[in-house]
Design a protein around this ligand. Structure first.
Ligand SMILES: Cc1ncc(COP(=O)(O)O)c(C=O)c1O
Length: 484
């Protein structure tokens, strides 16, 4: 067992057998241990790790229950080849599309509304289950802060926003490969406000903005409202934006900005490697094009180290880094932030005239949680849960959907992007699934020109239940029907 893996194991506060299972899982996910490889014997593993045989056995049992390894009579344990390991990646576009306006698609509102309606199985909106979020702890923190503050938190928290939170963000920015200071941040009402302020700071109505295709549907809403046009650039299912296509598009188009999700893309799940991040940051900086980086999923790697932000390679302050605590702590608290580089003054002014201030108590509760509340421990639990849920969902989809589908392999976040057979109209699937009280996100929401008709995005943010399992069965049945 490599020393680094052992170090990771000893840092966490999970029971020892789970820590060890996590280390082995990391090795399986990263293909250090490949399908078909023999695992060290339980005795050998217990000796290597300095733990008892029952502890080593429990670690193996936990991996076996989760379908990651299997016992073969008289031969020991082997890494299992799962059906979902064989499924191909979803198709990704290779041609550069034309500049377009984003269409206004009806399903968007119902997807967001259906998430809070207990009648629906929430596979549509990209949100974690509240059961995985520290709701009670945050509420207690908010109560105790209100009691401590002289005016019970009734004051405005005007821009740039809570200094305590900005200091915590500065400290954490070292993990992102950045060296940001508290004064580099402005706190926002969630990630949506951060992205919206960034776009307003660097564009004028009528401008063209580079987007990835597919991309997060929230961007389309903002672009449309700001009367901006989209220039969609293809992305690779594993490494993110196609740098050659980006270079080609820049030769023939005037572009005001680019908006990218380099870490665990929504909906594709891909992770841009560091050398690509550097190349993209340099290429766009050379042409004077600011990059709006959305790093909302950066903390949600399933295993291994947190990836760096593209901002870590920002040569001249032209990357506006946006993020939020919506996917890890509390979407309803609306606490996000932006590190706008050289656009800081402009963003500050825009913030003053858009929402002026943030909700004081939720912001302080988030700041205290990040500072003293075991944020890293919480992240580890989330990473573990999401990795497990995504894997369960992949297995269930592969077992019930038609054979020729493509399925993303996210290394982080809790979203799956699924390519269905060509004949399947995902807007029709969305309607039929909704009639069966199942919410899913149809592919065209992630496109600027109604593309991805036979794609859906599936939210895996909820712990696995028989209801979810049944819903995937129903979805599979509907997909088979529509594929005929
Ligand atoms: C990529 C991306 N950016 C921004 C947001 C919105 O964040 P917030 O809810 O904090 O506004 C989301 C939510 O799904 C997202 O996926």
């Amino acid at each position: 067992m490599p020393a680094t893996a052992r170090a990771t194991a000893t840092k966490t506060t999970l029971p020892i057998y789970q820590q060890l299972a996590g280390v082995l899982e990391e090795m399986i996910q990263s293909k250090s241990l490949r399908p078909g490889d023999r695992m060290p014997s339980v005795r050998q593993f217990s000796r290597q790790q300095g733990v008892s045989i029952p502890t080593a056995m429990s670690a193996y049992a936990s991996l076996e229950t989760r379908g990651l390894i299997e016992a073969r009579p008289k031969s020991g344990f082997f890494v299992r080849l799962r059906e979902s390991d064989l499924v191909r990646n979803p198709w990704s576009q290779s041609k550069i599309s034309k500049i377009t306006d984003f269409a206004n698609l009806d399903p968007l509102h119902s997807i967001m509304a259906d998430h809070s309606n207990p009648k629906f199985v929430p596979l549509g909106a990209g949100l974690p289950s509240a059961s995985l979020l520290p709701g009670l702890k945050l509420a207690r923190l908010m109560g105790s802060i209100a009691r401590r503050l002289p005016s019970a938190g009734l004051d405005y928290d005007i821009a740039p926003g809570s200094e305590m939170l900005r200091r915590e963000l500065a400290r954490r920015s070292l993990d992102w490969g950045c060296h940001l200071k508290a004064e580099d941040f402005i706190i926002t009402n969630g990630g949506t406000e951060a992205v919206s302020l960034a776009l307003r700071a660097v564009t004028e109505p009528g401008d063209t903005v580079i987007v990835e295709t597919p991309t997060y549907f929230g961007f389309s809403n903002i672009l449309r409202e700001l009367r901006l046009k989209a220039l969609p650039i293809p992305i690779d299912a594993t490494t993110g934006i196609d740098i050659d296509a980006l270079g080609t598009a820049l030769k023939t188009n005037r572009v005001a900005a680019a908006i990218l999700i380099p870490n665990f893309h929504n909906p594709m799940g891909c992770l841009m490697p560091d050398d690509h991040k550097k190349e993209v940051a340099t290429l766009l900086a050379e042409q004077g094009i600011p990059i709006i980086e959305d790093d909302i999923y950066g903390d949600l790697r399933h295993s291994g180290a947190r990836p760096r932000c593209l901002k870590a390679f920002d040569p001249d302050g032209s990357v506006l880094l946006c993020s939020t605590f919506s996917k890890v702590l509390a979407p309803g608290y609306r606490v996000g932030y932006i590190a706008p580089g050289r656009y800081r003054d402009r963003i500050h002014k825009l913030k003053d005239t858009s929402t002026m201030a943030n909700a004081t108590l939720p912001t302080l509760a988030v700041a205290e949680f990040v500072k003293h509340g075991g944020y890293d421990r919480h992240l580890r639990h989330l990473q573990h849960a999401f990795s497990h849920q995504v894997q369960r969902m992949r297995e269930a989809i592969v077992q019930t959907f038609p054979e020729n589908i493509g399925l993303s392999r996210p290394q982080g976040n809790f979203l799956l992007w699924c390519e269905l057979p060509k004949q399947v109209d995902s807007l029709e699937l969305f309607k039929r699934a909704r009639a069966a009280n199942i919410s899913v996100a149809p592919g065209p929401l992630f496109s600027s020109d109604g593309g991805y008709k036979n794609f859906i995005r599936i939210n895996c943010g909820h712990p696995w239940t028989p209801t979810i399992e049944r819903s995937i069965g129903i979805l599979g049945h509907l997909v088979h029907q529509l594929a005929r």
